[in-house]
Design a protein. Structure first.
Length: 140
């Protein structure tokens, strides 16, 4: 099973900002509200989520090319609507433990589920990060 480092994992912090002049010029009336973004951060302590390549597709594709990403928001850290939601539109969040990517564990398991039709390239992986027999810092 691949490690999170092999899956090109990185910690993120969600943010919002007003649209800039170029965005407003290209989209008169700017109906979307603030621009939402995910900044890379260096440590778990400052992160409110993690992104990594899907381990199922990483193995099937024999690497990163053609492999989609998985994002997981941390319980109690990220604002509503900022990471993933379930099929009913409720925020999904994971309990996080560890000190960094090398010993990260998330609970419960992650199950990627999409409303039909499933978008091309989404495998609906169900697996673990550092739990249930998967070593900390790995995903399977």
């Amino acid at each position: 099973m691949p490690t999170l480092r092999e899956l090109e994992a990185y910690f993120t912090k969600y943010g919002e900002r007003p649209p800039n002049e170029e965005e407003l010029r290209l989209n008169p009336g700017w109906p979307w509200g603030p621009v939402k973004f995910y900044a890379h951060v260096a440590t778990l302590a400052e992160a409110d989520g993690v992104w990594f390549l899907c381990p199922k597709c990483f193995i099937a594709n024999k690497g990163a090319v053609g492999t989609h990403s998985v994002m997981a928001g941390f319980a109690g850290r990220c604002p509503p609507g900022s990471y993933t939601q379930d099929l009913d539109g409720n925020d999904t969040r994971w309990q996080v433990s560890g000190t960094g990517l090398d010993d990260l564990a998330l609970s419960p398991s992650i199950h990627l589920v999409c409303k039909p039709p499933v978008p091309s390239g989404v495998c609906q992986w169900h697996g673990f990060v550092g739990m249930s027999g998967v070593p900390p810092g790995s995903a399977a």
